[in-house]
Design a protein around this ligand. Structure first.
Ligand SMILES: [Zn+2]
Length: 411
């Protein structure tokens, strides 16, 4: 049986299976592996064959289940005395240096976690506790980040997401063409955005050509310091959100006044005005009627809708021409919220016109929302920001997460 398990585990000389202990009641198999007593020991740093020094205390590793039996590998790992590196613990071919699982178990666990709805579900499937799953995630992400190349990163997105309860936020950097999250930091102020930039190697920061971001001052300030050459491109969905909020402010104010006069025309129309175009079907008539009444809300809506055409302009010159027509009309609208957004857009005009040179947006981060929501919903243990970051990178970072199975062959 020892030889059989040796084959199953891929255990080769100088290691050999010494004993297999089958515990039927506990549904557990323990495999005791030993290092050949007379063999020299390879230094894990330089590979030199060195004299044996002593053994570590017995350690254990969880392996893939065999026939639904929990399978545990046990071994005392020799230490060697290397002339260059001193007394060091030998590497074992079946696990990473500080791993508590065999490489095959860890690879399987990563695959299970990727496919699971939550860490709790993964923990149940793997029959380990929640914290162990979190630890496997953390190790997988660390492995992935070491291997990751950011060399091709030239267009990035900066965005924020709420985190936990209340007013906590995280800032995210995405590689837009690469469709991956590059990193996540706590907060959304200038210092946070600066830390986010610093997660990218300095040489790479200088190669970033364009950045999609919202119109908040913090992201722009950090970007101008960290990557002064990069063009700021204000995210058009963020601009649309500002315009929508302005329309809704006008609607709420007008609705309140109309109600005072007994006019309920604007009741339940909030989403009517937020839709990009005239809604079809049943509501079309009432919407047309609302527009025909020269309501302030309808005028605000018209300015918002008109601005939508800005993005369809062919180049910065045409964009500037369009803006110089739209802006005075919006400023003359006598609708305070629209006037205010118009001024914000004018202040940020350069970054709006940059869109025609670099047509990028943060739609990618929006696309990650459902995944990130699921991670947030699976919130146990998320008091710690690091866990949240690790899980976003695990699921949205496109990292190579698997342990290096060739370790097994190398020894
Ligand atoms: Zn050495």
């Amino acid at each position: 049986m020892a030889a059989h398990y040796g084959l199953l585990l891929g255990i080769q000389s100088p290691w050999q299976v010494q004993r297999v202990d089958l515990q039927v009641e506990a549904k557990q198999v323990e495999i005791v592996v030993a290092h050949a007593r007379d063999g020299s020991v390879a230094c894990p740093h330089c590979g030199r064959a060195c004299p044996r020094y002593d053994h570590t205390a017995e350690r254990q590793w969880r392996h893939l289940d065999v026939m639904q039996f929990t399978t545990i590998l046990r071994a005392r790992v020799p230490r060697c005395q290397c002339p260059a590196h001193g007394v060091v613990t030998a590497a074992v071919p079946w696990a990473e240096p500080s791993g508590r699982f065999t490489l095959l178990f860890e690879a399987f666990a990563v695959t299970v976690i990727e496919a699971s709805r939550s860490l709790t579900q993964a923990a149940e499937l793997l029959r380990v506790d929640w914290h162990t799953v979190q630890e496997i995630v953390r190790r997988a992400v660390a492995r992935g980040l070491v291997r990751r190349s950011t060399e091709a990163v030239t267009q990035v997105g900066l965005d924020e997401k709420s985190f936990g309860r209340g007013q906590d936020y995280v800032a995210l950097m995405t590689d837009l063409p690469g469709r991956r999250v590059l990193d996540v930091v706590e907060g959304r102020d200038t210092a946070s955005a600066t830390r986010l930039w610093e997660t990218l190697p300095a040489a790479q920061r200088r190669k970033v050509v364009a950045v999609a971001l919202d119109m908040s001052e913090e992201f722009a300030t950090a970007t101008c310091q960290a990557a002064p050459q990069a063009a700021l491109v204000y995210d058009k969905f963020h601009v649309a959100k500002h315009l929508n909020e302005a329309v809704d402010k006008v609607r709420r104010e007008e609705h309140r006044k109309l109600l005072q006069q007994g006019d309920a025309s604007l009741t339940h129309t909030k989403y009517l005005w937020l839709q990009g175009a005239c809604p079809e079907g049943e509501r079309a008539l009432s919407f047309a009627e609302l527009c025909a009444r020269n309501l302030k809300t309808a005028r605000a809506w018209m300015h918002k809708e008109t601005f939508g055409e800005f993005w369809a302009q062919p180049d910065p010159g045409a964009g500037l021409k369009f803006f110089s027509q739209w802006f005075p009309a919006a400023r003359r609208s006598q609708l305070e919220p629209i006037k205010k957004v118009a001024l914000t857009l004018k202040t940020h005009l350069r970054g709006l016109l940059n869109y025609f040179l670099h047509p990028i947006t943060n739609a990618l981060t929006e696309g990650f929302n459902s995944k990130i929501q699921a991670i947030k919903a699976d919130a146990r243990g998320f008091r710690r920001f690091e866990n949240y970051r690790a899980r976003i990178l695990f699921h949205c970072g496109k990292l190579n997460l698997l342990p290096d199975l060739t370790l097994r062959a190398a020894h």
